[in-house]
Design a protein around this ligand. Structure first.
Ligand SMILES: Nc1ncnc2c1ncn2[C@@H]1O[C@H](COP(=O)(O)OP(=O)(O)OP(=O)(O)O)[C@@H](O)[C@H]1O
Ligand SMILES: [Mg+2]
Length: 272
């Protein structure tokens, strides 16, 4: 279903993503790991058109999504939803409206301004929130929720798009361990029950081992590991993170990323 061929992104002379190739068949849960600057976020952003590629192809059922423009690109973007570390909700807006924003691009501007949504859409948004265990939060402002609840709202917003692929860039990096588990369990459920592919950048080996069917290790823009969690030995992890990395089994030494510029850009697009 997904066939990445030599995908490359140059920033000046530097290859942030350097001839990355992989194929994923069926609705796998794929984890991407690697130290800070390895190219994980850039790769996800190429997948959904936030960052234009410098070369290569990303074929989804035979169609090169890197070559899409205009309405075709927007149609693809609604098929592959993005989840970010910082949730990207509209803080002062109620939860159910945040979820409805997943289908904002299907609505006329005047309807959005007046916050007029068809009853069927509102019911669907509430059903999705109920499925994720947060229906009772629907009327509250997003900013009143805990981080874990906010990330589940972001997942609900993604589901509103009915995407084929969910791309998650460090979805639990801002959460405490309990909420991190709830959010990862939620993503896993969506993967298994709905058959949607999930590709998640993850910053701990433990999480990658526990939730993923497949793990991709990136280093300096290149794929240096591609296998199942059982193959992810300490030696392999040292290859991925670098011999100098002082990682342990539960967390790597790479700093938890705090870059929110991508999140802000996405939010701006959602609201444009
Ligand atoms: N817009 C940009 N302009 C120039 N260089 C960039 C840009 N975005 C990313 N880079 C560079 O590309 C490389 C890969 O960055 P990327 O954010 O994809 O890494 P990452 O693996 O997601 O890291 P982290 O774990 O810190 O989130 C880095 O060297 C980064 O400095
Ligand atoms: Mg990143």
């Amino acid at each position: 279903m997904l066939d990445v061929r030599s995908a490359t992104k140059l920033f000046g002379q530097k290859a942030a993503v350097d001839h990355v190739s992989m194929t994923v068949d069926g609705p796998a849960f794929v984890g991407i790991i690697g130290r800070s600057g390895a190219g994980k976020s850039t790769f996800l952003r190429m997948m959904n058109g936030l960052t234009p590629a410098s070369g290569g192809q990303i074929l989804v059922e035979g169609r090169d999504i890197l070559a899409l423009r205009g309405a075709d690109m927007r149609a693809w973007q609604s098929q592959c939803a993005m989840i970010f570390q910082q949730f990207n909700l509209v803080p002062r807006m109620d939860v159910v409206s945040n979820v409805l924003h997943g289908i904002l691009n299907r609505r006329a501007t005047w309807q959005t301004v007046l916050n007029l949504w068809p009853r069927a859409d509102i019911i669907r948004a509430l059903e999705i929130l109920d499925r994720l265990g947060i229906a009772e939060q629907a009327p509250k402002r997003a900013e009143a929720l805990s981080g874990g609840q906010q990330q589940r709202v972001a997942i609900a917003r993604a589901l509103m798009q009915d995407p084929r692929i969910i791309l998650a860039d460090e979805p639990i990096a801002s959460l405490d361990p309990m909420n991190a588990q709830i959010v990862m369990d939620t993503l896993k459920r969506i993967n298994v029950e709905d058959g949607r592919m999930v590709i998640a950048n993850l910053h701990t080996l433990d999480t990658a081992r526990r939730y993923c069917d497949r793990v991709i290790g990136m280093r300096d823009g290149r794929v240096v590991f591609d296998g199942v969690p059982a193959q992810l030995t300490t030696g392999v992890a040292r290859d991925i993170y670098g011999a100098d990395a002082d990682f342990n089994e539960s967390a790597t030494s790479t700093a938890i990323p705090t870059d929110t510029s991508a999140d802000a850009e996405y939010a701006a697009r959602m609201l444009a």
